[in-house]
Write a protein of this length. Sequence first.
Length: 581
Amino acid sequence: MQIKPEKIKDFLIDSGLISNEDFTKVHEDSKKSGKDLEELLVSSGYLSENDLIRTRAYILGLPFVNLKGEQIDFKILSLIPEPIARNHNIVAFRKQEKTLEVAMLNTNDLTAIDFIKKKTGLKILPRLTDKESIKSALMQYQKSLQAEFGDIIQKEAGAIETISEGEEDMSEEDLKKSAEDLPVVRVVETLLKHAIIQNASDIHVEPMEEKLSVRYRIDGLLHETMVLPKEASASIIARIKVLSNLKLDEKRLPQDGRFKIIVNNENVSFRVSTLPTYYGEKAVMRLLRGNVSGMTLESLGFHDEALESIHSAIKSTTGMVLTTGPTGSGKTTTLYTLLDILNSPEVNISTVEDPIEYQMKRINQTQVRPDIGFSFANGLRTLLRQDPDIIMVGEIRDGETASLAVNAALTGHLVISTLHTNSAAGAIPRLVDMKIEPFLLVSTLGVIIAQRLVRKLSDSKEKYNLGKSEIEQLGKTIDLDKMLKYLKEKKVVKSDETWETIPFYRPKENDEGDGYKGRVGLYEVLDVSESIKRLILENASDEKIEKQAREEGMLTMIEDGLFKAVQGQTSLEEVFRVAYE
């Protein structure tokens, strides 16, 4: 139901959510652009989506329900199938004899209401709710599914054990037959679906002396999820190999493959690696979800001057933008996000990668094949003859690739790539070690990003203040006066606050987990300014370069972590755990 702008205006101004001047500005923009007023209020940052939903509920006279933390009877919840609930953001939460109350983000979704009415034969009573309530309710589907998966594993494990007897002598034909047996297929499907629901990034299937262990990497940490009989190992690995189109009878050499499945209308690719170990073959599967289209630097955790530096660097038609950090620090996601921002019909973007993790429209992506002599250097050399405007090199591993990348940046191309160093300033001596002349670095380097990933606090968190000893300890690694001034300038804390009064947050464990959910990046973004260029030409150490960058306003990773801890995005413990890896 459409609400008149005047009603929205009156309510928002009376509630103090927006000023008359700001509302008038957005209303005028809405008239000129033809965009929906409510959408513009949210996208312009004047309202959160939850504020808008509560406003609609009040004006329309619809009840607003908060389901956060509420335990819904699974018999009622399951009246709406999970795919419908997820796709339409609608959950059943209360049932009477002839009525069913459903919580929705959009009560105008008549298709979903009509479907549920026909399926249940009940009168549907729509209620407005917010995103957090929907998310909390959908988590309860996951818990029931996990219980169901546990039952399947127990039920099928015995059948797999029988199939896998005498596995050491199984021929390729026997392995293929075993891999296609129903219990094996069901268990592997269960492992994959469970990992997707748990939002895992990797699945480790590891044979041990007396068992087959399955571990999921969730938010950067490994968790043992399932234990299967040791006898199931050959059949499970064979099934993974069949899906990945790998050689079933090759058990002495590592193999790499890939496959894709669709779960709840979501495309998920799995990058597979097998490795011979003492107790048998181990398989690791990396989950790659759809594509990164639509992601923003802000959603990754960039902010303020760092964000401006990156946007300024990628607007240039030449030069280099580098990301650095250890494996698993989110470098590839940052690169793909930059590519998505740059991706337009007016430019030719080409990449050379190992492996191609996400497929992107309108971008020419090339896979490195070292086994046939097609290296990063060879691929980059060929790309330069393909008339590119922007080049992405998955990783600069050697002097030849570094030299070609620098030359490409000098000859009218924007080059983005990654290096393995511990800090942004450390990328410069690393390139010099690769025999790149300092005067060439000065001419090409635009911005260097160093990053790590920390776990984000979930809604289950508690507030606390630092004690005197904790502040003293913090002062040994961070310039507290500088950071306090910065936090006040950015209006993250009040102008009269001190470190003793600034609230921090820590996780509070509950039935839904350890108090963390998802991850966010910690960054230091080194803008290669004129003074930094002079230091490069003088062959200055990375310590001197970092010191100069900090004097010019660069936040180190640990300072960025403190910034995010004060905002309540993560905990101080998590920042220190990751920043000193």
